[in-house]
Design a protein around this ligand. Structure first.
Ligand code: SF4
Length: 289
């Protein structure tokens, strides 16, 4: 579900839109529902801009438009409950859609760290709501610094390449690799106890929020065809990537407090978190240097 103005719909107060190319690209490959809470609440286009002052929405002419904003938010919630979107992406700073911030009610351009009416209601009801400005594309995330979780504690030198390849083939043999994938599955499920995880198996064309453990197991452990898992944690854009034919997991764009509990869980699974591999650049699939 996305703010309609991000999809290029002319529903802004001034009759324009906030067309966003990342959103348009997602719309080509995903089922996307567009909503404009202010229009759903019965307000016209164009309309007088509004802000929230002391929990009441008023427009710049001083009229109380709170009811229309609350009605629009309720209608968005109804739709979200019916359609169960995996992710809701909303326009920044709006008195309806703002997720992290909104204008402070003085019509002076000043911001306050509170959400708009619709974003707040959707979040209160447990939906995964993201500010469009916090949304990096997968390609952008893949260019960020990364860390490696592996069965070995550090990179293997090039001279040890033959031995490394033999050992890797063994660890990727059918019975061994199943056990390895179970460890990565357990790691993700334990992390999911602490924060939301959005998972995709097709480079972000389709995401599932907090998938059922059994469904993840079917895709990671029971499936014979090759797969790549992308798992984004919380709203931070930190992402884990695992390929079915590799023995390691890449953690791209680690958060400031990384590794924290993640590091403890890696250790508990008998895996290692490499100290290096933190420089910017694409995570390499060839990790024997
Ligand atoms: S209410 Fe939301 S969708 Fe509608 S114009 Fe404002 S920011 Fe865009």
């Amino acid at each position: 579900m996305v703010s309609a103005c991000l999809a290029g719909v002319n529903c802004k107060y001034n009759g324009g839109n906030n067309r966003n190319e990342k959103i348009i690209r997602r719309m080509a490959s995903d089922v996307v529902i567009t909503v404009c809470p202010e229009v759903l609440g019965g307000l016209p286009v164009p309309r007088i801009p509004s802000e929230i002052r002391q929990d009441t929405v008023i427009n710049k002419a001083g009229e109380n438009v709170d009811q229309a904003f609350r009605l629009g938010a309720e209608k968005c919630l109804e739709l979200a409950l019916k359609e169960e979107p995996d992710l809701i992406i909303l326009q920044s700073r709006s008195p309806s859609c703002g997720v992290n911030q909104r204008y402070d009610g003085t019509f002076s351009g000043r911001l306050t760290d509170s959400p708009g009416v619709t974003a707040a209601l959707l979040k209160e009801n447990g939906f995964s709501v993201v500010d469009v400005e916090d949304l990096l594309s997968l390609e952008e995330i893949m260019e960020k610094p990364y860390r490696i979780v592996d069965i070995l504690p550090r990179q293997v030198s090039a001279e040890r390449g033959d031995q490394y390849s033999r050992a890797e083939r063994y660890f990727l043999s059918e019975d061994r690799v199943t056990r390895l994938h179970e460890r990565y599955l357990d790691l993700l499920l334990k992390l999911n106890c602490y924060e939301d995880i959005r998972v995709s198996f097709d480079f972000g064309d389709h995401w599932e929020l907090n998938p059922e453990p059994e469904s993840l197991k079917r895709k990671m452990v029971d499936r014979k065809a090759p797969w790549t898992l992308y798992a984004v944690f919380g709203s931070d854009d930190m992402m884990a990537v695992v390929h079915s034919d590799d023995t390691y997991m890449t953690i791209v764009n680690p958060t400031d407090d990384f590794p924290g509990v993640f590091g403890q869980l890696v250790q508990a699974e008998g895996l290692f978190l490499w100290e290096d591999g933190t420089g910017p650049g694409k995570a390499s699939r060839n990790r024997n240097g």
